[in-house]
Design a protein around this ligand. Structure first.
Ligand code: NAD
Length: 288
């Protein structure tokens, strides 16, 4: 059983908010930091809404919801996460920004018991660990899935420097959070996105080439292949910017042009149509 007492989540977006929520529900004190104050407010409001809905549906008692809410604090400075014994990073999927953050985290957390985990979808854990210098053996990939409170999997990625003990502790923490951890080696995109992103990209090519309308592309994959969500709808849910970033990491890291993002997908991103999080992607969510 994991003995983590205080978990810091960096990045209060779709993933960070969900990770904070399930950690709090597992009885862990959580501190959430985001460089964007409005992101913290949005994250807090969404947690309140989700807990209220869970109580309404009888999935949670009011007492448990209040206790979980009270376990999460939101802070506007990175220094305020000090005293945590586990960090999960869930910021933008950008190598430079993540490397910079892990360099800072290594300075902030010299204690060799503190684990520095990344929720990256595709970036090399070995490279992130290198940016953490002496703390490299404490860096691990802890890849949750969206929506975090619902999806059972945590892909656990061991970088070249990650210690076995850190991997075992990551597995224990994932289980304590009610998840099923599965191992993957440190290759761009790991297993999940190595397999998923080419599917999503091909769906955008099908759309760009007029093979079918979005609803038909998604419906065909749902009804014909038993996918719970069609690939275009799923891309909107993940975030089209995140999809493009993941594909660039795989393109660069694997050197195969098949991982280049479809021009139409890049065009949506250029237009600011990032999916659910901006209210508009392939589909329009503004009226939801
Ligand atoms: N969206 C998905 O389905 C999904 C699934 C698994 C993993 N991931 C990964 O999780 C990470 C976060 O993705 P997301 O979908 O939550 O993104 P998001 O855009 O919803 O949220 C990212 C948050 O990070 C904040 N941020 C950016 N730079 C920061 C910094 N330097 N310091 C502190 N905060 C910073 C932003 O303000 C934003 O609130 C990415 O690495 C992504 O690849 C995403």
């Amino acid at each position: 059983m994991s003995d983590v007492k205080k978990l810091a989540v960096i990045g209060a977006g779709q993933m960070g908010g969900g990770i904070a929520q399930i950690a709090a529900q597992a009885g862990i004190e959580v501190v959430v930091f985001d460089s964007f104050a409005a992101g913290l407010e949005k994250c807090k409001a969404l947690r309140a809404k989700l807990f209220a809905r869970a109580v309404e549906k009888g999935k949670m008692t009011q007492e448990d919801a209040d206790a979980a809410t009270a376990r999460i604090s939101y802070v506007e400075s990175l220094d305020a996460i000090s005293g945590s014994d586990w960090v999960v990073e869930a910021i933008v999927e950008d190598k430079g920004v993540k490397f910079d953050l892990f360099g800072k985290l290594a300075q902030m957390f010299p204690d060799e018991n503190v684990v520095l985990a990344s929720n990256t979808s595709s970036i090399s854990i070995t490279e992130i660990a290198t940016s953490a210098g002496d703390a490299a053996s404490r860096v691990v990939g802890m890849h949750f899935f969206n929506p975090v409170p619902v999806m059972k999997l945590v892909e656990v990625i061991k970088g070249m420097q990650t210690s076995e003990q850190v991997v075992s502790r990551t597995i224990a923490l994932a289980e304590r959070m009610g998840k099923t951890p599965l191992p993957a080696n440190d290759r761009p995109g790991f297993v999940s996105n190595r397999v998923l992103m080419p599917l999503i990209n091909e769906a955008f090519y099908a759309l760009m080439e007029g093979v079918a309308e979005p609803e038909a592309i998604d419906g065909i994959m749902q009804l014909g292949c038993a996918h719970p969500m069609g690939p275009l709808r799923l891309a909107d849910f993940i975030g089209l910017d995140t999809c493009v970033n993941i594909m660039h990491v795989m393109l660069e890291g694997l050197g195969n042009p098949k991982y280049a993002p479809c021009p139409l997908l890049k065009q949506y991103v250029a237009a600011g149509r990032l999916g659910d999080k901006t209210g508009m992607g392939v589909y329009d969510y503004s009226k939801k």
